[in-house]
Design a protein around this ligand. Structure first.
Ligand SMILES: [Zn+2]
Ligand SMILES: [Zn+2]
Length: 294
């Protein structure tokens, strides 16, 4: 990239950069133990492109880390929540308050499954009615549902998780598709939802050899990546046993078994998704400091 930058006029270079989708991994932690210790942030993912400003799964820290990274939450125009677990939804209400300019005008999209919006057998509603009525468009999603967000279309995928309503999201852009699995174990139908995506972000909470029903281990990820065969796979939503095992090592394992380029996300990492897929590394603090675990 440095060579490319040097070859062309810097102003044109930045214009090209602007036209790419920016996928910012504000947080790369997942699960209860990483959430309550913040060994990795749990702030979710920001997706931005020419007016599109979307927050995906705003867990604890989404507001603080948005502001910390100069991503003004008042510019948001969509908030997507995949399911009713706290590491995916806790900051949704405060982000809605920011998106609606302090609840002074109806604005933006909130898309989530029924479990998040109304509650289900396993959870109460994650977002209050007070907040839900302030968005311009409240979209209740089920797997296979498709809706426009600004300049792109989004479709929902099926997840197999302890919230039976959980979904993943697939983003359809002029550069092709990228997708986010949310928490899910391998299921034969899951991979079908991601066929043809160029970039696949997987919530790989557990390392190889440590399966957990309803959650993704490295071994599940290998099967999904091998069936989908994206240009690049990114591991995120890393749980405590994954951090102890070493996410980079697990990424190498996925890459070695599938031949698909695989990256373990770090907090603050940005992926530029355009005609090519490029990674900008994020902050490294706390990434390997597990010595004080509990
Ligand atoms: Zn989770
Ligand atoms: Zn979950």
């Amino acid at each position: 990239m440095e060579r490319r930058k040097a070859e062309i006029n810097p102003r044109i270079y930045w214009y090209l950069m602007e036209s790419d989708f920016k996928i910012i991994f504000l947080g790369t932690g997942g699960g209860r133990f990483v959430t309550m210790t913040q060994k990795r942030r749990t702030a979710g993912i920001r997706i931005m492109n020419e007016g599109l400003n979307l927050h995906l799964d705003p867990g604890p820290g989404a507001l603080v880390h948005s502001i910390d990274q100069s991503l003004n939450p008042q510019l948001l125009n969509a908030i997507l929540v995949s399911h009713c677990h706290p590491d995916h939804y806790t900051d949704a209400e405060i982000l809605i308050e920011a998106m609606t300019q302090g609840m002074t005008r109806k604005k933006g999209i909130l898309a989530a499954p029924k479990s998040v919006l109304e509650g289900s057998d396993v959870c109460d509603a994650s977002i209050s009615k007070y907040h839900q009525q302030m968005v311009e468009q409240r979209i209740e999603v089920t797997p296979g549902f498709r809706f426009p967000v600004h300049s792109i279309n989004v479709s929902t995928t099926r997840a197999k998780h302890s919230d039976p309503g959980a979904v993943g999201f697939r983003f359809m852009t002029r550069f092709g598709d990228f997708a986010y699995t949310s928490d899910s174990e391998y299921d034969v139908d899951i991979a079908k939802y991601y066929q043809g995506v160029r970039l696949l972000a997987l919530c790989v909470m557990r390392p190889s050899g440590k399966p957990w029903e309803g959650h993704m281990s490295t071994d599940d990820a290998v099967r999904i990546v091998d069936e989908v065969r994206p240009e690049m796979a990114i591991m995120t939503h890393l749980g405590m046993s994954m951090l102890r095992e070493g996410p980079e090592k697990e990424a190498k394992l996925i890459q070695g078994k599938t031949g698909v380029s695989t990256v373990a996300a770090v907090d603050g990492m940005t992926v530029l998704f355009g005609t090519s897929i490029r990674i900008h590394a994020g902050k490294q603090q706390n990434q390997n400091d597990l010595t004080s675990f509990l």
